[in-house]
Design a protein around this ligand. Structure first.
Ligand code: AMP
Ligand code: GLY
Length: 434
């Protein structure tokens, strides 16, 4: 079996590692823009090429007689790599452009939710010019301003965080309008969680819930990033969630998959990522992504007990209904090391030395190797994951591992700690009022 992994980040290293664990001993191939040392070591062969360069990617895939491909990042999905794979007769895990749109066009995604009565949609409006913009912002008062296109998680600005008042919100929205449509939506208050599912067009197999930490610095301060780290609990839900919250989130995702097919005529095959915010009125949808989260993939894939090759085959060939997808009942904590100054002014091209990881698992992300040494880029460098019976123990494992990564780097030591988790539980109690 020859499996191709598209992408070269931490998420894709976790995907490749899950595939490599298969007792079927698949041959792994990869396409990545930069050589991820972890993925490269797991591969029989790889192509260093932009993942969006469809022509080259498909040529590489057919000439290596790849049996199935799995697409990690959003960019190749947004340019229709899955469509091209399908035309070339290559089974693929990763939705076609028509339905991956749920991620890369936030305006379309919100209209899709509203028009089809998908639960959990906040009040919002899409603007393509500034007519009525100021009035709508003033009506909602507390808003989130979102450019409609892909921004790597960094284009969204929220009142009270990056935006001081309605005036600043209006100015930012106007600035963003120069690049395309802008979504203005009500600011939702609560704790966020991620729910990821394998989807075969019809059936969904859910992974445990994960909470990511977008902010660069301890105690959830500082600018938004791609994600500084994340945790999951042995119990499938997170410590601040109720079992019902998960059921509501699952229902929303199932409704979304079914409706995507009804509306577009295209089956959603791949990973669906639901980002939810748990408000006093239950879970609301922040956004959907058409892929695994990065870092969230690194929480769930290492504890996947089912053979990843069987999962990939079931997704690509519509057989997920008859596969029992299981995850170990373990807690996980993932922490990213990033270049000093990230995300505003990251210190690239600095050497990183990886010491003893102990019981932690290391996933490489945006680094490169030269003369046997590993260097930073401008993005997140590497992640360590601890797995244990409790979040507390998993945190210790991750922390002890990350302390042995030496370089001009930064990480958040608070992710997964008891103190931060208590804060989140209390925050949710306050919001729910009990
Ligand atoms: P996104 O790029 O959509 O993931 O948004 C980045 C971050 O902005 C999310 O992780 C949330 O913390 C925040 N966010 C997005 N939409 C809202 C909203 N309607 N209310 C409050 N926070 C939001
Ligand atoms: N961790 C957020 C994302 O992957 O979009």
């Amino acid at each position: 079996m020859k499996v191709l992994v598209i992408g070269g980040g931490g998420r894709e290293h976790a995907i490749a590692e899950a595939i490599a664990r298969s007792p079927k001993h698949p041959e792994i191939y990869a396409v990545m823009a930069k050589q991820n040392p972890g993925i490269a070591r797991l591969c029989k062969d790889f192509l260093l090429e932009k993942e969006t360069n469809i022509e080259w990617v498909v040529e590489y895939t057919t000439s290596n007689k790849i049996d199935v491909a799995i697409i990690g990042p959003e960019a190749p999905l947004s340019v229709g790599l899955s469509n091209s794979f399908e035309s070339a007769g290559i089974p693929v895990v990763g939705p076609k452009k028509e339905v991956a749109r749920i991620e890369f066009d936030k305006a379309w995604a919100r209209n899709f939710m509203r028009d089809n009565n998908i639960d959990g949609c906040p009040e919002y409006r899409v603007f393509s010019n500034d007519e009525g913009l100021k009035e709508f912002i003033e009506k909602l008062q507390d808003v989130a301003v979102k450019p409609a296109g892909l921004t790597g998680g960094k284009g969204v600005k929220i009142m009270g965080d990056q935006l001081a008042d309605t005036n600043e919100a209006y100015e930012y929205a106007k600035e963003m309008l120069e690049k395309g449509e802008v979504v203005i939506e009500e600011k939702l208050e609560g704790e966020e969680f991620t729910l990821q599912a394998f989807v075969d067009g019809e059936n969904l197999a859910f992974a445990p819930c994960v909470q990511d930490h977008k902010r660069a610095f301890e105690n959830d301060l500082g600018p938004n990033t791609g994600g500084m780290g994340s945790y999951s609990d042995a119990d499938v839900i997170l410590p601040f969630m109720l079992a019902d919250d998960l059921e509501i989130a699952k229902k929303i995702m199932k409704q979304t998959v079914k409706t995507l097919k009804d509306v577009t005529g295209v089956c959603y095959k791949g990973i669906l990522y639901g980002q939810f915010i748990l408000t006093k009125n239950g879970p609301k949808v922040i956004e959907f992504n058409a892929r695994f989260g990065d870092p969230e993939a690194m929480n769930v894939l290492p504890i996947l007990e089912t053979d990843m090759i069987d999962v990939i085959d079931a997704i690509a060939n519509g057989k997920l209904g008859s596969l029992d997808v299981k995850f170990a009942k373990k807690a996980t904590v993932c922490k990213y090391v990033v270049p000093a100054g990230y995300p505003d002014d990251p210190d690239a091209d600095k050497e990183i030395i990886f010491g003893d990881m102990g019981d932690a698992i290391l996933f490489y992300s945006s680094v490169y190797e030269m003369d046997g040494k590993i260097f930073t880029t401008r993005s997140r460098s590497a992640a360590v994951v601890g797995i244990a019976d409790t979040i507390k123990k998993a945190e210790r494992i991750a922390q002890e591992g990350i302390e042995n990564i030496i370089g001009d780097l930064h990480y958040r030591s608070d992710i997964g700690t008891e103190a931060l988790i208590k804060k989140k539980i209390n925050h949710m109690k306050e919001i729910r009022g009990y």
